[in-house]
Design a protein around this ligand. Structure first.
Ligand SMILES: Nc1nc2c(ncn2[C@@H]2O[C@H](COP(=O)(O)OP(=O)(O)OP(=O)(O)O)[C@@H](O)[C@H]2O)c(=O)[nH]1
Ligand SMILES: [Mg+2]
Length: 419
């Protein structure tokens, strides 16, 4: 990812902000934004154009007092200058600086985090306030759009894990949530309160699906030892990520792999096999099993892997998450001949089940379809309203119970326009 340093001045009147726009860690380029009333002056005190490589008209941009690009009126939106970031007489880095708007500059330096930190510290020493990239981007979008909902869409779209998520989010500006706000506000006099409450509940349901699409899902692979959980994780990832062996209790610590699952992104987590006997063996086994149980509580879906050849299988997990039972090793046995499988089926009737051979890669496509259908990610058409920030969620949650029309009307408007 591109790293960058932006110097931001005047996001808030009189305040100059500096913000690292690019990701953490080593990379080729870093971008730092500087914005606000004092941005041009700060830039003038730390940036010096290169005589050899700057644009031919750069001489006209020099500040005579400092011989640096300062309040040069001709360095304006769309211009890019090549030069050095200076700490006094010491060169910190060779950079490109772009002017992206009135008092908004972006310094593109080299991507070593130590360099980026020095650039930021120089700006801070000149009075700029450091802000995180989320806050910075939101302020920027808010200024551009003058609409809180639209700014929130742009920020969320930047962070979406999938293209489908971006499409769904963008649809909230012209249809989706914005349309729901407009129509509800227009018809507030004639609308029944219970209709608004029901619509708010439906928006919250849509939001759960939208979150899975935009942020991705966590799917925990659980089940008894030796049932083929790690083999299944390897089948999902398409490579040998985890050790597989016929020794029960091979996986102790959890291992996760993030990969594409149809139109969404999924983190598959392989866990230590659930087994009461193993749990009582020693502290390591006991801890491994506790970790598995915690993972089961924090996931979107459970894939419960059962060895189809096992005798008297038992479903040992709580059922408060969507579960798909996977009968693995179907290459070894005919399903109808196995008494254990029948018994498990009766215990978990109502649960979706899929027969696979993780080793031979058979049935994986059917399992993926079952997962997507269990997660309901194909059930949210573009343009359906949903919420995607904690601010919006708090408002819509409140709308499920508030019954005063004046209050409801104000709350609905706040969804789009902010406070
Ligand atoms: N025939 C057959 N063998 C399989 C299949 N899947 C896994 N196995 C074998 O079953 C054994 C256990 O597989 P693992 O993937 O390590 O099982 P696990 O559930 O992760 O086991 P623990 O980590 O000990 O809980 C290995 O010898 C695998 O090669 C399958 O679909 N068919
Ligand atoms: Mg394993």
């Amino acid at each position: 990812m591109l790293r960058g340093v932006f110097i931001v001045i005047n996001m808030t009147k009189g305040i100059t902000q500096v913000c690292v726009l690019t990701g953490r860690g080593m990379s080729a380029i870093g971008s730092v934004a500087l914005c606000g009333d004092g941005a041009r002056e700060i830039l003038g005190s730390i940036f010096q154009t290169s005589k050899t490589k700057a644009r031919s008209d750069s001489e006209g941009m020099r500040n005579h007092a400092t011989d640096r690009v300062a309040a040069a009126p001709r360095f304006c939106s769309g211009d890019v200058l090549y030069g050095s970031i200076m700490d006094g007489q010491r060169i910190i880095d060779e950079v490109l600086v772009g002017c992206e708007g009135v008092d908004l500059f972006v310094i593109h330096c080299h991507g070593n985090p130590l360099l980026i930190e020095q650039v930021v510290k120089l700006c801070q020493a000149q009075g700029a306030e450091l802000v995180d990239s989320e806050t910075f981007s939101f302020q920027r979008f808010n200024r551009q759009t003058q609409c809180t909902l639209e700014a929130e869409v742009k920020l969320a779209a930047q962070q979406s894990a999938t293209l489908l998520g971006v499409k769904l989010l963008n649809s909230q500006i012209d249809s989706g949530l914005a349309k729901w706000v407009d129509e509800s506000s227009e018809n507030i006099e004639t609308l029944e309160m219970q209709d608004i409450q029901a619509q708010a509940k439906s928006i919250l349901q849509n939001s759960q699906i939208a979150e899975r699409i935009c942020r991705g899902v966590r799917i925990v692979i659980a089940g008894p030892p030796n049932s083929g959980k790690s083999t299944l994780l390897n089948a999902f990832s398409g490579r040998q990520e985890v050790i597989v062996s016929d020794k029960a209790g091979t996986t102790r610590d959890w291992v996760s792999v993030t990969c594409k699952l149809g139109p969404i992104q999924a983190e598959f987590v392989d866990t230590a096999g659930l087994d009461e006997v193993l749990a009582g063996k020693d502290l390591v086994e006991h801890t491994a099993q506790e970790i598995t149980k915690n993972l089961l509580d924090s996931c979107d879906m459970i894939v419960y892997v059962q060895d189809v050849t096992a005798v008297e299988p038992e479903l040992t997990i709580k059922m408060d998450k969507p579960v798909i039972v996977v009968y693995n090793k179907s290459d070894l046995v005919q399903e109808h001949k196995n008494p254990g499988t029948q018994e498990l089926k009766s215990k978990v009737s109502g649960l979706k089940s899929v027969h696979i051979s993780a080793k031979d890669n058979i049935g994986i496509d059917a399992l993926i379809e079952a997962l997507l259908s269990g997660l309901r990610v194909k059930e949210l058409p573009i343009g359906e309203p949903f919420v995607f920030t904690s601010r919006q969620r708090a408002i819509v949650e409140a709308l499920t119970s508030v019954s005063d029309k004046t209050v409801v009307s104000m709350m609905i408007k706040r969804l789009k326009c902010g406070d």
